[in-house]
Design a protein around this ligand. Structure first.
Ligand code: IPD
Ligand code: CA
Length: 279
C-alpha cells in the first residue's frame, strides 16, 4: 500500500467520523440516547452505537472493499489492512446525557496504526494523526504538555467494571500518594486526545479494548508523548492495560501501573514502543 493510499483512507475516515458524529448529536439532543441495554455492569449499548457502527462499516467497506474491519458492536477479525472502530467511546456518558464521548477510527497496516481519528461531535473538535506526519486538532498542530513532575500533572485513570475494583483502588491510591491530580472522565479516546493536546498529562486504564484506544494512542505518539502501545494480531481482540503520558512522568506511571496490575511485576508492561521527540 502506498503513502497515497494511506492518505486517501486518512481523509475519508475524517469525513466518515464527522458524519457519524452528526448521527450521535441527533440522538444525544433528541433524548433518545437513554434507551440503552446493558452489555455488562456500567457498560450499555444504545441505538446510536448500533446505527453508527453500521454506518461506518457500510462507508468503509464500500470505499475500500479489500480492507478488514473490526468494530466494538459487530466484531471482526485481524487483517493486514484493518480498520478498528469504536462508534461511540464513552457510551455510558452518552446514555446519561453527559457531553463527553467520541467517534474513534484507526487504520492499521501489518499491526501498526497508520491513521487515527477521534471526533468529539459536541465540541466539534476532530483530532487526527497520520504516522510520521504529526497530530492535529481541527487542522492545527498539537503537542503534549511539558510536565514538570507528579505535583504538576493530571492523570485520567479510566475505570472498567471488567477489572477487579481492588486493583483500581490501588492505582488511584498510588497516584494520589505521589501527588498526581486524578480524573475519571469515562472515555479513553477522549482522554488520549486530551493528553495529546496538552490538557492533561497522562492516561491509564487496567483493561481496555483496541477500538477504545488505537486512534488515541497514535495521537499521543505523534504529539510527542510516550505510550506503552497495544498488542496487535490476536491481541486486538483481548483486553489489555494501557498507559500513555508525557515523557517526564513515564517511569513513575509505569511503576504505579505495575504495582496495581493483577500480575504485579510477573509480566512487564509492553516495552517502550515509541518516544517521539521533536524538540
Ligand atoms: C469505555 C470507555 C471508558 C473506559 C471503559 C470502556 P465504551 O468504552 O472507553 O472510558 O473506562 O473501559 O469500555 O464502552 O464507552 O466504548
Ligand atoms: Ca463504544
Amino acid at each position: 500500500m502506498t503513502s497515497d493510499d494511506i492518505d486517501r483512507r486518512h481523509r475519508f475516515a475524517q469525513d466518515c467520523a464527522r458524519e457519524a458524529g452528526t448521527i450521535a448529536r441527533r440522538y444525544f439532543r433528541s433524548c433518545e440516547a437513554p434507551s440503552s441495554i446493558e452489555k455488562g455492569r456500567h457498560d450499555p449499548v444504545t441505538r446510536a452505537d448500533l446505527e453508527i457502527d453500521r454506518f461506518l462499516i457500510d462507508q468503509l467497506a464500500g470505499a475500500f472493499p479489500a480492507d478488514g474491519i473490526l468494530t466494538e458492536e459487530t466484531g471482526g477479525v485481524p487483517a493486514r489492512h484493518l480498520w478498528v472502530i469504536d462508534p461511540i467511546d464513552g457510551t455510558l456518558n452518552f446514555a446519561r446525557g453527559i457531553a463527553h464521548f467520541a467517534v474513534s477510527i484507526a487504520f492499521c497496516i501489518d499491526g501498526r496504526t497508520e491513521s487515527g481519528i477521534v471526533y468529539d461531535p459536541i465540541s466539534d473538535e476532530i483530532f487526527t494523526a497520520r504516522r510520521g506526519h504529526g497530530a492535529f486538532c481541527n487542522g492545527r498542530p498539537i503537542r503534549v504538555r511539558t510536565t514538570q513532575g507528579p505535583w504538576d500533572a493530571i492523570v485520567d485513570a479510566g475505570y472498567s467494571s471488567r477489572h477487579p475494583a481492588a486493583d483500581y483502588v490501588r492505582l488511584v491510591h498510588g497516584l494520589l500518594a505521589q501527588g498526581y491530580a486524578f480524573v475519571q472522565n469515562g472515555s479513553a479516546a477522549m482522554g488520549l486526545a486530551a493528553l495529546a493536546c496538552g490538557r492533561i498529562d497522562g492516561f491509564c486504564e487496567l483493561s481496555l479494548k483496541s477500538w477504545d484506544v488505537l486512534a488515541g494512542l497514535l495521537l499521543v505518539e505523534e504529539a510527542g508523548g510516550w505510550t506503552g502501545g497495544f498488542p496487535h494480531g490476536p491481541g486486538l481482540l483481548e483486553d489489555h492495560e494501557v498507559l500513555a503520558c508525557t515523557p517526564a512522568i513515564r517511569q513513575s506511571l509505569r511503576d504505579l501501573l505495575l504495582e496495581s496490575s493483577p500480575l504485579r511485576g510477573k509480566t512487564p508492561l509492553p516495552s517502550v514502543q515509541s518516544v517521539i521527540q521533536k524538540s
